[in-house]
Design a protein around this ligand. Sequence first.
Ligand code: EPU
Length: 347
Amino acid sequence: MLVEKNVPLQALNSFHIVAKAHQLVRVASQADVQTVLASGELGAQPKFVLGGGSNIVLTGDVKPLVLKVEIMGRRLVQETARAFVVEAGAGEDWHDFVHWTLQQGYAGLENLALIPGTVGAAPVQNIGAYGVELQDRFDSLDAIDLQTGRIFTLNAAQCAFGYRDSVFKHAAPTTTRGLGLAGRSLITQVRFSLPKPWKPVLGYADLERRMAEENVPAPTPQQIFDWVCDIRRAKLPDPALIGNAGSFFKNPTVTAEQCVDIIARDPKIVYYPLLDGSIKLAAGWLIDACGWKGKTVGHAGVYEKQALVLVNRGDATGGEVMTLAKAIQTSVYERFGILLEPEPVVV
Ligand code: EPU
């Protein structure tokens, strides 16, 4: 087992923040993880699981032992009358996996095209875009308990998925989210149930607009994949060129009463009524309304085309990103009385 020391993490996090891992081990199988856990010195150390690094803000060097997940593989596990069940290793690139499923004729993940990161990170924050969330296509996952080395399988209910949330984001046992698994487990494989027959998910405004513009009344999965890629490229920065972690804040949910006041003051506010009577507000709009779009503080900035995305303008530290995030939180709170919650994990 090769233990790399003082490993630069700049290329391993999508914000491109400069930081080092004191020690890093690349794991390519469940057996590799178990070997690390069984080796006395390494096994006893605190651990940090690193996937594609697309949802983290590094605020310093990482002292826990970094387990870089490089578990690969993609396969059809089962075909039933109702679904294709497809499995991928946690280290597979998410977008490449989505592309592969379409090439094989297994449709259903096309709305989730071009989301940065790995397959193993996708359930952690229940990735979502253009009307589809990972939980809508999820079958089950395998993971390893980092304390005991035990391999276990979780179904969707056990993952306790919520909006950009799962059991993997919660450290302590809570009554609402079951047993928290943050920092305690490493996801090794994820299985998806891709329904037959396939039905397009088109309700999202940007997609509806594309469909009308191109006059394609019955788009194919590939067509939707292409549209989603175009829409994302037009308004989200490519992390290969501009460091970022996608949406920096979650869209906040408020009660109807809270919202009545806000809408009365700002009739142009963008909001979506939810089934339970609460209302989701577009955080990007709130931040934009506070004048942040295109602004820079230190070396961190707010993306010019989407105020919900914070970017690295070059050599930003994690501290600078968090200073900007806090300034945004304060101004949105002062104007709207709403506290925005960050999406990425701050390390
Ligand atoms: N808006 C503004 N100004 C801005 C940004 C947005 O007025 O600077 C308005 C837009 O005009 C639109 C509304 O806010 O009416 C919502 O914006 P958008 O459609 O871009 O979606 P979003 O709510 O900002 C969410 C997800 C994205 C996902 C898109 C598409 C969250 C936190 N973000 O963004 O997910 O791709 O919807 O489904 O839920 C991510 O999580 O990293 C991510 C990129």
